[in-house]
Design a protein around this ligand. Structure first.
Ligand SMILES: Nc1ncnc2c1ncn2[C@@H]1O[C@H](COP(=O)(O)OP(=O)(O)OP(=O)(O)O)[C@@H](O)[C@H]1O
Length: 396
């Protein structure tokens, strides 16, 4: 007779090194790679979320990134972690991250605003700005530490009861240079994270020499080849990373390690060409894999965003700029005129923080699923068609 079937939830409840320190209660979420449980630290009653990650690479990426980002106000705090014991998910000893517990997320805020929770429809401009500033601060903190999140979406932006927004879910994150590790036991005298750590990324997630920047096109292409060799192409199903990559218009998860961002815009004879919108884009490794349907008589953002202020439209333009050299950084955007014009960002205690609600954006959408995840609705639907070269995206 077969023994009892081991389920995913069995593993965390059966691990005494975890249950001796944390009381584990309900499962509060699950995603492509993880099950998340609510918990309480036995020593002091701290509310935590225990994230059991069923994928080694995702776990090591998240642990590395969160260690580097410890102390960042707008990034979820990694309280502790337990490495996996060498097996994969089915061995029942997945890595478990102990995170500060956050009660809701931005997807719930948006959903609540659409449904008119609290008797008010929509998000006031001052509230939207306050959320945006916090997102930008979180992104700026990541980039300052050379962490690229690659999976930003409303359900990965968690929010505390007092309105502090924190970037979470770093399972797709990459490090662009060697991180300075802060040993967990600096702030954790019990030292159990250290004892349990067998965490060594299967593949290095960092570049060998962060100082060496490509100086010319040949160096740049050589660097891309080197990175490709170092991070072989993964064959993954359509998970979050792919979706995020789609949002930045790249086609694979791993190839975009440092520089990837490709667009294919079929130039017209004598018309708009790559020197106008994205100089050098044809030299990028994935050039030609994605193309957009030609837009006849483009109307411009102004017509799609009626009744918006000029700084607001300018801000969006800075965000959607094709050329990464022309695209604004989070640091620059934090200084943007939009955030100092009236109405100003509201103080955190004026933000509406509705309870977490479940919606269809909890599971990452596939390529066809843009419409449910955010305010893409405002821009109409998206039609994605597989083609011989890759796929084409048509904004309807
Ligand atoms: N620190 C936390 N506090 C409260 N809830 C959390 C926390 N971390 C995660 N969750 C909940 O668990 C869900 C899944 O977590 P997370 O997004 O990190 O997992 P994932 O498997 O990487 O998900 P995805 O499919 O989005 O990649 C989240 O949407 C959230 O509802």
């Amino acid at each position: 007779m077969d023994g009892p079937r081991r389920t995913k939830s069995w593993s965390i409840h059966g691990r005494t090194e975890i249950t001796s320190l944390y009381e584990i209660s309900d499962r509060i979420g699950s995603g492509a790679y993880a099950d998340v449980y609510r918990g309480r630290r036995r020593s002091d009653g701290l509310d935590v979320a225990l994230k059991e990650v069923h994928d080694r690479q995702s776990a090591s990426r998240e642990i590395e990134a969160l260690q580097v980002l410890r102390g960042s106000r707008n990034v979820v705090d990694l309280v502790d972690y337990f490495s996996n014991g060498g097996g994969d998910d089915d061995d029942g000893d997945a890595a478990v991250l102990v995170l500060e517990f956050l009660i809701t997320d931005l997807a719930s805020v948006i959903r609540d605003a659409k449904e008119g929770g609290d008797g008010r429809l929509g998000i006031r401009v001052g509230e939207a700005k306050a959320w945006m500033v916090q997102i930008l601060r979180g992104v700026e903190e990541c980039h300052r530490c050379s962490v690229v999140h690659r999976d930003l979406k409303p359900s990965n932006l968690l929010i505390s009861a007092d309105g502090v927004l924190k970037l979470a879910d770093f399972g797709q994150a990459i490090m662009l240079q060697v991180p300075t590790f802060i040993p967990m036991d600096d702030e954790n005298p019990q030292g159990h994270a250290d004892e349990n750590v067998s965490h060594i990324p299967e593949q290095p997630l960092v570049q060998d020499d962060p100082q060496e920047k490509p100086t010319c096109e040949a160096d740049y292409l050589q660097e891309i080849d080197g990175l490709k060799a170092k991070y072989p192409m993964e064959t993954t199903s359509l998970q979050d990373g792919d979706t995020s990559c789609l949002a930045t218009c790249s086609t694979s998860d791993v190839e975009d390690v440092a520089f990837k961002s490709s667009y294919y815009f079929e130039p017209e004879e004598g018309g708009l060409n790559e020197h106008e919108s994205y100089p050098g884009c044809s030299k990028l490794p994935d050039y030609g894999k994605i193309f957009f349907e030609k837009v006849e008589n483009p109307l411009g953002l102004e017509s799609r965003m009626p009744n918006r202020s000029r700084p607001e439209i300018q801000l969006v333009k800075k965000l959607v700029c094709y050329d990464p050299m022309g695209r604004a950084s989070a640091e620059e955007l934090l200084e943007d005129a939009y955030f100092i014009e009236e109405p100003l960002p509201v103080p955190l205690n004026e933000l509406r923080v509705p309870p977490k609600s479940s919606g269809n954006d909890e599971i990452s959408p596939g390529y066809g699923g843009f419409g449910s995840d955010s305010e893409f609705d405002e821009f109409g639907g998206v039609d994605v068609v597989t083609t011989e070269k890759g796929f084409s995206i048509q904004f309807l």
